[in-house]
Write a protein that binds this ligand. Structure first.
Ligand SMILES: [Zn+2]
Ligand SMILES: [Zn+2]
Length: 341
């Protein structure tokens, strides 16, 4: 392979399986680092983006935003990282640094968020990637690369909202959905000191949810079980992508309770409970670079362990099928063959 060429896996059009895709290496910006990718986790939003669910996907599209690798090249003005450092990269690979939100330090809300993705122009199911040095995070020594990969999107996504309430650990928290995001949310919520319930439509996930640290497991369509926790939760974290009866879920929130969505599910509900019980529904998107560093250190200290299935990068299409069929337990991480560098 020519060293000026990067090899990746791309969807050439909406909804298509990925194909091997060669593209030219572009010159590195002054503040950018190039990372030789060893691992990349598969997130449900990769699948949604292949299907152009967000209406922002440009094809050919190389997904992948739970990236771990080693820095192979640094731009002229890079100060924090050096060649050979092992780093993680999440969904965001840069920010405009000019808009209201960037100036406030909330770069995950950058007004130009569509163009800040690490998958712009091409993402992590690839041999290498270039991002701004502020969005490549040096990994704790001893943390497995596949663990770090999953923390880059799933980890920060659930840690950020859970951490924001941690001054009141007496809150009753329910994690709606036990999957790639939910199985990590249970662990983070427990480590932050909350009483945690896992709420899932799959009764077979009970044993694992309890082993991950949930104090309680509730089957979402079991009306008796849901009735027992009516008006019970202060906070629900919505991690499921689908199959949720939202009216049922709103019924287990305490008055003035809050549902925070971190996935992108389709949602229908009758607003009666929302109004009469003064409930709120909000979203949480990624996290800041400072939050990312805190999350990595917290995960290392509290031994947060994503459950991972490792597969070779060349198996990307079977991996996507497995995730679509809800068979991944709970996160698939694709590993690059070192020969492909
Ligand atoms: Zn993701
Ligand atoms: Zn901005």
């Amino acid at each position: 392979m020519n060293s000026s060429t990067i090899m990746g896996y791309a969807a050439l059009a909406k909804g298509q399986p990925l194909e091997t895709f060669a593209y030219a290496k572009t010159a590195l910006g002054d503040h950018e680092v190039r990372v030789a990718i060893t691992h990349c986790g598969l997130c449900f939003s990769d699948v949604q983006a292949i299907d152009d669910f967000y209406h922002i996907t440009e094809f050919p599209f190389v997904p992948g935003h739970e990236i771990v690798g080693t820095i192979s090249e640094v731009g002229k003005a890079v100060t924090q990282l050096k060649k050979g450092d092992r780093v993680g990269i999440g969904w965001q690979g840069r920010a405009c640094m000019k808009c209201e939100w960037c100036l406030r330090g909330e770069v995950n809300l950058c007004q130009d968020i569509v163009h800040t993705a690490s998958w712009t122009p091409y993402g992590g199911f690839s041999s290498s990637i270039a991002v701004d040095e502020n969005f490549a995070y040096k990994l704790p020594e001893g943390m497995l690369s596949e663990v770090a990969a999953v923390l880059m999107c799933a980890g920060i996504t659930v840690f950020t909202p859970l951490r924001s309430y941690s001054s009141t650990p007496s809150l009753r928290i329910g994690i709606v959905g036990v999957g790639g995001l939910g199985h990590l949310a249970i662990q983070f919520a427990k480590a932050l000191g909350y009483k945690v319930a896992a709420i899932s439509s799959s009764p077979d996930k009970k044993k694992e949810a309890l082993a991950l640290g949930a104090d309680q497991f509730i089957v979402a369509h079991d009306q008796d079980a849901m009735q027992k926790v009516a008006y019970y939760f202060d906070l629900l974290l919505g991690t499921a992508h689908g199959g949720v009866d939202w009216d049922n879920v709103l019924g287990i929130l305490k008055k003035k309770g809050k549902l925070i969505l971190v996935g992108f599910p389709e949602m229908t509900f009758r607003p009666i409970d929302l109004v009469a019980h003064q409930l709120s529904i909000s979203g949480s998107f990624l996290g800041t670079p400072a939050g990312m560093r805190e999350m990595l250190s917290f995960a290392q200290t509290y031994n947060i362990q994503p459950m991972i299935e490792l597969m070779p990068m060349a198996q990307i299409n079977p991996a996507i099928e497995r995730l679509k069929k809800n068979r991944a337990r709970y996160r698939i991480v694709l590993v690059n063959d070192p020969k492909d560098k």
